[in-house]
Structures are given as C-alpha cells and as structure tokens.
Design a protein around this ligand. Sequence first.
Ligand code: T1G
Length: 697
Amino acid sequence: MGQEVKFNVNDGVAVITINNPPVNALNAAVRQGLVTAFDDAEANDDVKAIVMFAEGRTFPAGADITEFGKPTVDPWLPDVCNRVEATCKPVVAAVHGTVLGGGFELALAAHYRIADPMTTFGLPEVTLGILPGAGGTQRVPRICGAEAALDLMIAKAPISAAKAVDLGLIDGVSRAHVRDAALDFAHELIGKPNALRPTRERTEGLSDPVGYARAVAAKRQALAGNPLFAPAKIVDCVEAAMLLPFEGGLAFEQAAFEDCLRSDQSAALRHVFFAERKATKAPEVARAKPRPVEIVGIVGGGTMGSGIAASFLDAGFGVVLVDRDQPMLDTALARIESVFDKAVRKGSITAQMLDERMARLTGDIHYFAVSEADLVIECVIEDMSVKEQVFATLDAVIKPGAILATNTSYLDINTLAAGVAHPENVLGLHFFSPAHVMRLVEVVVGEATEADVVATGFTLAKKLGKIPVRSGVADGFIGNSILAAYRTAADFMLEDGASPYQVDATMRAFGFPMGPYQVLDLAGLDISWARRKRLKSTRDPEMRYIAIGDKMCQKGWLGQKAGRGYYTYADGSRLGVEDPEVLGLIAAERERKGITPRAFGPEEILYRCLSAMVNEGANLVLNKIAQRPSDIDVAMIHGYGFPRWRGGPMKAAELSGLLSLRNQLREFAKEDKFWTPSPLFDEVIKAGHGFDTLNAV
Ligand code: T1G
C-alpha cells in the first residue's frame, strides 16, 4: 500500500484513510491502495468493522479526471466499489467536504455513511459529458427513487448533508469529528445481527414502480431536444436500475459510461474543466505576491461601472463610486441597489445581506473620494481622450501604490499608462456585461505593468468568483479580437449573398445564445463602427472592407438602443423582427460593388465563422497576446456564450482536425488575404499534438 491509503486498527475497528491531495481524487494508486486495505481488513481477525475516511479538505471529490482518455489502470473504480460493498464486515464511510462523483459512489458502496454537517454531495459527471460510472446510477435510485436520483445526476447542483439524510443517502451527521463519530457508529455495529447492509440489496427506492417509471418518462420528456448526450444516457441507466438485476444494471451503466466518455462532448467538457483552471495561472501570478485590496474605487457608474461595483460588493469589498454629477451618481447607486433587490427577490441573498452590501458602498462626485482606495477602475466611455483625462485626474489623488485599472474593451493601455506618474501600477481589467453575471475578466498586461499588479488582478478576479484570462495589449485584446474576425467572416457572407438572419439562426443552432447580428444590436453598432474608424489609418488596403455596418450607423440604425439595427424593436421590446429594409441596404451594397449574390448553406456559414475565430485565436497565441489556445476557449465560452459542450473554438477545431482546417483556410485565402492561415497551424501540426502542445504552458 502506498502513501495514498493508510490502514490502522483501533479497538477492533480498522480505519482506512485516503490521502491524495488536493481533492483525494481516486487515481490508480488510491484505488489499488483501497483494494489492498480492504483485503487486509477482511483477513485480519482483530478487525470487526471498518471505517473509511479521507485526510485533507474533502472525502474523494471524484475519479481522477486526468486519467480519462488514457489507458485504464486496474482496478477500475466500479470494481473497487463492488469490493467495498462485498466486505464481510460492516463498512462505515466517514465523509466531509465536497463528496462528488466517484467519491460519492465510493461512499455509497459502504454499508453506512456518517457526514460532517457542512458536507455537500453531488454527482456532477454530466458537467464533464459523462455519467456516474461506478455504480451510482444503480445504487442511488435503490435508496431514494428515480426522481431524486435524476435530479442529483442531471441538475448538477450538489445537495447538503441534511438533504442527503432526508433522501436516505447518508445515515447521519455529526458535530463531533466525523471519523470519531464513524468509529462510535462502527463499534455499535460490532456483533449486531444483519449489520451488513449492501446498498445493492436496498429496495426502498424501487417500491413504487409506477411513480418510478413516471419520473423516468418525465425526465426523458424534459430532455427532448437537449443537444447534450450524457443526460439521456443517465435516464436510460436509472431506468435500467428498475428493470434489470443489479449486475445487469452495472453492465448497462458501464456501456453507457464508455459511450459518453468516447463522445466529443465529453472531450470538450473535460478540456474546459482544466482550461478554466489553467487560465488562472500566469507567470506573474507564480512569481509575485498580490497587493492587498480592501477598498475599490470605481469611476463611472454606467451599466459596466455599476455592474462591477455590485461584483466587488458581493465579494465583501468596500466600494467608492465616483460619477460626474449628483443625478448620475444617484442613478448609479439606485442601479446597484436594484441588482441586489433582484437577488433578494430571487432568494439568492437576504434583505439583510443587501443592506450589508449597500453599507459598504459610498458615492461621490469628487475624484478625491477615491484617495484611500487600493485600486481604482475607470469605467467611463470608450474614448481614449476621456479616459486619459480621467487617469490624469486620478493620478493626482490616488494614494502611493494604488493600482490604476481601466475597463476598456479595446484601447491601448500603454497609452493610458504613459500619461501617469506610475505606469507600473496600470492594468487592464476588462469585465463583460452584465459585469455582475459574466465570469470572464481579461487581465490586460501593459509594457510597464509590475508583476505584483498582474497578480493582484488575478487574485481579485478569483475573489469575485470570476475567471481571469491574461491578455497582452492588442486592439480588442483576446475576446473582441476574435469577435471582430467572426463578424468579418459573417459580413463577407452578407455581401456575397447570405442574410444576417440566416447567419444568426445558424450560430444559434450551433449553440450560441445569440447570433453575431443580434449581439451587435444589443451592444450597439456604433461601438464596432468606432473601432473601424479608429483602425482606418492602419487598415490593409488589400483587405476587403465591408461598409454595410457603416451605412447602417449612418442611417442611425444603431441597434436596440435606437429601436432598430439589423432587426427592428417595437416600442422598447428586446425581441427583434427581421427588417426588409436591412436586406435592401445589403442588396444595394452588393449592387454597388457588382457582386452577384450566391446561396449559403448553414454548414458553410458555420464553417467560415468558426474558422475565422480559430485563425484569429491562433494568431493571438502566436503573437503572445494570449498565453495558450485553451485561454481562447475560456474567453469565448465565458465572455461570448460559445457553447461549453463544444469546448471553445480551438478545441472544436482540434476535434474536427487542424490540418483540414489549415488547408481550407488556404483555399479561402484565394478569395481574400483575411483568410491567410496563421503560421501557428504549421507549428502545432508538425509537433503532432494539436493545440495541446501549447496548452501545457
Ligand atoms: N480529478 C483530478 N483533478 C482534480 C479533480 C478530479 N476529479 N477535481 C479537482 N482537481 C484538481 C483541479 O484540477 C485543481 O488542480 C485542484 O484539484 C483544485 O481544484 C467514475 C467518472 C472539488 C469542487 O467533477 O468540482 O468521478 O489547478 O481548483 O475550486 O462516476 O475541483 O491546482 O493543478 O477546482 O476548491 C467527478 C471536479 C469526476 C469534481 C474543488 N468529480 N472537481 O474546487 O478547487 S468524474 C468532479 C471540482 C467521476 C465517476 C466519475 C472542484 C472541487 P490544479 P479546484 P476548488
């Protein structure tokens, strides 16, 4: 037995202790150690009962996800669970922390379970595109029936220890140390008749076959049209628990698990799980200590500023909000309070928590009010001269060592840094609207930015419950650079014959919540128009320029805020209606350029949009604006609604084949140099491991 599993006997009870930090993932060494420990405990005549426990922060939080996709190593987790359950002495699992996935299945294979009151339980395998593959789909319904079992496996939300007791999934909670409580429980079992209680022999959850079948049918109905593969397989497995003997159900589950594991959806979702964690790592985070931040100043209480203020207040910071005048300040403060009001109405916070948040918020119309702030974020309009002015004013009032951050979506933070006394304290913190909801924060690192300032940005993002992605300075950083390429590809197709409504429908069918033209209407066409004007002097004259957006802005068709953009919006409604006048404007543009429109199918629309994203992403990695391809995936999923189960543009491309993509880009490039394949493709194709080679940084 290695270090991962220890075994000692305490007055007739064997304590088997798992120790595999950080989350006691059930890797091969732990699984082998458990089998050996249970064999030893069973063979030891001094042992009359067994307690299974784990050191550290949690009882196993699941199988070791890093092992998936590699050759499996015996013993498999289902076999370990069966071994535990078959032990001829009573087994009590003493559980704490986040008992998830295979960890919960291991606990369920014990004959009894005692938990710390703060323990949570979950079967989140579906978030990885798989299903509980160690007997969970067979043991859980035998205890709590189909409805609760399906909720646990598909709703993804973990349940509390109290709820687990209600469902019969655990036998009690103990305020004493859970291992001691489990030892007492085990001692009580010694010598008792029928002390063994294999979960596979429990039937309380199967006692109402009609209700069980109804719950299965209802869940199957609710999942109709769901593009995800694993949820339907979970329903099949839970149904099998009622229809098949336990061993048959286990075999059914194993086959379904392997089907899921082989799916692209699972490869994509497992990729995102690790990509999100990888994104929080950057060289500056590894080598520098973040500066302390307790008070955050925010200049500009518009939609973004008030959303960012709400985020910091939610996370326990003090916030000083500065706006231009009292009416604007009052509007901003009210906007922040309304965010919390909505949260109270939804039940996610209490009225008292609202008051506590608002008590940490102060507002002022004088910049001096942020003189004690540890970090100040400007959230004023996307205009360099206005931002330079704000930075210059702040520079005169902030305390030594305070960090000056900008929420700019596009602009060059080196220019802003050049205008202040300490450019080393300047950072970009690009939040996404609505800022208190969207998890992405682009941490933009300027030429002069100090490492500890970058580390502070990462630490703050994590404290806000967000996902930081490091970006170098480029117009649009990572997300908006990719969005611009995506829109260019779409605009090319508009001018060549597609309609904006076709493009939007295609991208929604792929899994985006909105198509690119719906997003433009929501954000306002003028923002990207301003970018095109800003870049006009550096635009490559050989590259095709689409003026459709400019023409629409010149007509005042700016999107929802103007009542019309690519869609029309009757009296403030957010539901857009297709607009024949937009199609007329596009037709006139085609005529002006002498273009004969051609038909576009959804496949081509999708392929062109995705390949433009991937090509731009490859160049961002090549030019070291993005640290790694998987950061591009995280940015597109958490900032732009790229469907998580597709893995992000770079993963989606890798799953469909990078060589064919590069060759297709070469073909497209004959139409326009916009499509020239990034040299990064050749680099990764030659290395032979796709983008994963670069994700390892
Ligand atoms: N396997 C391998 N590594 C894992 C892991 C796992 N299951 N869970 C976490 N890690 C790593 C993670 O990558 C990070 O590494 C470190 O631990 C801390 O994690 C057969 C098939 C437990 C709630 O889906 O939800 O069981 O970045 O940063 O925010 O039916 O980790 O430090 O190098 O997330 O405090 C099912 C996944 C697996 C749970 C803790 N279980 N984990 O969150 O820390 S499939 C899960 C989590 C399965 C069976 C099936 C969270 C957490 P690094 P962290 P955290």
